[in-house]
Design a protein around this ligand. Structure first.
Ligand code: ZN
Length: 245
């Protein structure tokens, strides 16, 4: 765990420093909130994660210790980002912009530790076809058997996760499309405007259309419906087996 790299004295000093950044960040956004702020380090977090908890009497930030030593502007951006979410304000400052570009770049520096071979084959096909083989392989993992969340790219962990409904599916066209879509997220990152992120920009959609299968969305929907139906049928079968053996 990263926390052990620091002595208790260093951790105390870092905590004080981050707390003073948080106090300043809040002052820039909201001057009439005087609740005491504290910052805690949590080794449970993945790198560069953070969250905030509020009570009527205090505000507590929990942050991953990887934030220690990151520049004041970026950390201020992190706190302003969390405050603006909490206050439901759309705030965009030089610091929140720096914070967002920092988190976007992070994914390029995260070690790749988990690569599934079936997903890697799909990644390689898409990489060759659309990125001249130049995209660095991220972590590639299967998720759950979801028919609503087919894929996901997580910037913080540099991981593409794909629904297991595509595991071993004979039609590679579908898996490859979901993979390609997530790879485009890795390529395009996101545009931050205030509190909302634009993930599917028009440039993203233009790239996505290069896949060249105009009815791919309908095919995916059909596949998901078939999958759900098959699942229902098989649970009905086991239900019937149970009650009418
Ligand atoms: Zn998307």
């Amino acid at each position: 765990m990263l926390v052990t790299h620091y002595s208790p004295r260093e951790l105390r000093a870092a905590k004080e420093q981050l707390t003073s950044f948080a106090v300043k960040a809040r002052y820039a956004i909201k001057q009439n909130d005087v609740r005491p702020i504290s910052v805690r380090f949590s080794a449970k977090f993945s790198d560069y994660n953070a969250n905030v908890r509020y009570t009527s009497s205090e505000i507590i930030f929990s942050v991953s210790p990887t934030w220690i030593g990151v520049s004041e502007e970026i950390v201020t951006g992190l706190f302003q980002h969390l405050f603006s979410k909490a206050y439901k304000l759309r705030i965009r400052t030089m610091e929140t912009d720096l914070y967002h570009s920092f988190t976007q770049k992070l994914s390029d520096y995260i070690h790749v530790t988990s690569v599934d071979h079936e997903l890697k084959a799909s990644f390689d096909r898409m990489n060759e076809r659309f990125f001249s083989g130049m995209m660095e392989v991220p972590n590639l993992k299967w998720g759950s058997a979801s028919t609503t969340k087919l894929g996901d790219f997580n910037f913080h962990t540099n991981t593409i996760t794909i629904s297991t409904i595509f595991q071993g599916a004979p039609d590679l066209l579908l898996l490859d499309f979901v993979m390609y879509h997530e790879m485009l997220h890795k390529k395009h990152k996101f545009k931050a405007t205030g509190n909302s992120h634009t993930y599917h920009s028009s440039a993203f959609r233009r790239d996505e259309a290069l896949y060249g299968v105009p009815d791919i969305e309908e095919r995916l929907q059909k596949y998901c419906r078939t999958y759900q139906f098959a699942k229902k049928k098989s649970s009905l079968h086991s239900f019937l087996r149970k009650w009418a053996p």
